[in-house]
Design a protein around this ligand. Sequence first.
Ligand code: NAD
Ligand code: DAU
Length: 361
Amino acid sequence: MNILITGGAGFIGSNFAIYMINTYPEDRFVILDKLTYAGNLENLKGVEDAGNYKFVKGDITDPVLLQKVFKEEAINTVVNFAAESHVDRSITGPAEFIDTNIVGTFTLLEAARKSWQERSSMEGVRFLHVSTDEVYGSLGKTGLFTETTPFSPNSPYAASKASSDHLVRAYHHTYGIPVVTTNCSNNYGPYQFPEKLIPLMVLNAFKGKPLPVYGDGKNVRDWLYVEDHCRAIDLALRNGRLGETYNVGGNNEWKNIDIVNLLCTQVDEACASDTELSGKYPFKGSRKELITFVKDRPGHDMRYAIDSTKISEELGWSPVESFETGLKKTIDWYINNEPWWERILSGEYARYYESQYGTGL
Ligand code: NAD
Ligand code: DAU
């Protein structure tokens, strides 16, 4: 396969690219990424010498570039991660979400359609669209999102992803493009940009800074280790039924406040067991004292929870990482990769943060 991975320098995209490049040396990979604030070529350092991978800096809203890449690289498989992904940013600046998530997905579908319709058949081509459980809206105390739950997106981010999901579906129905869509819950793990809950809390906990919990901290998310998500996408790509969507989740619901408490305990323990670390990140007492309840996110969805029965029964997928071990691995990764996040915290993101929140990071 000649696989185009868009957004492959971001959090999940780079984890997926590394997984795929190492797992399938016989396939060829082209990673196309605009390198926005969230894209980082350092994420791909581990595979830069792999003979089966090429990086292209580019924008999925650019039809000329996409046409060139499809032609020159004989792309027969697309995995679309490229997106603006942070809900808070979609509230303060939705325009980029409309451009990338909606227009970008449309432009990519058009490039695939034009390129693949020149073939004698759609045999051997595939478009996998990576989406989110946020398209389904918010749950009350009970219930789970299934693939037939009606879309009810609440944030500009969720609405832009829902729109992209509809376009993908329509390109299958109208043009016969072989598509599969996955809708996944909250991911965590290595290379996650430190604006998201888990890395933000871990890094602030290291530094003894306030841990800002939105509202009362009782909102619930279903957390999945990123590698489990990557395996699910790989299975859906290879064996998923065309035109279908697959929900992917960790069966691992947590209130935000409980996660933050757990992270505090794990960071305290990591520092207590390592004198070098406790010297670098000194803190007296429990880091739980740093928890600060702050103004809630506007329109904050209360609860997400996924029913993964379909992908589990049809494709044999289930998560393998436990939350305890996954969080520990994640914290260790941030401990061992300080230059990665220090560069982020001292660059463009620091200026963005100051302009949004009026204080430094
Ligand atoms: P991320 O923000 O870490 O990475 C997004 C990547 O897309 C970055 O490398 C960025 O440079 C690139 N990009 C942005 N605009 C682009 C454009 N116009 N053209 C080309 N590249 C562009 O995001 P993530 O958390 O890795 O999410 C990846 C995908 O998975 C997204 O589609 C997101 O909606 C979906 N998803 C994320 C989660 C999660 O918990 N993070 C859960 C479910 C689904
Ligand atoms: O559900 C899948 C989605 O999960 C993905 O589609 C998104 O791309 C991804 O960003 C994530 O969205 P969330 O809004 O759930 O993730 P975030 O890490 O921003 O927030 C998780 C929860 O923690 C949410 O209820 C808001 C809360 N939160 C977040 C931050 C950044 C806080 O309480 N404090 C914070 O500082």
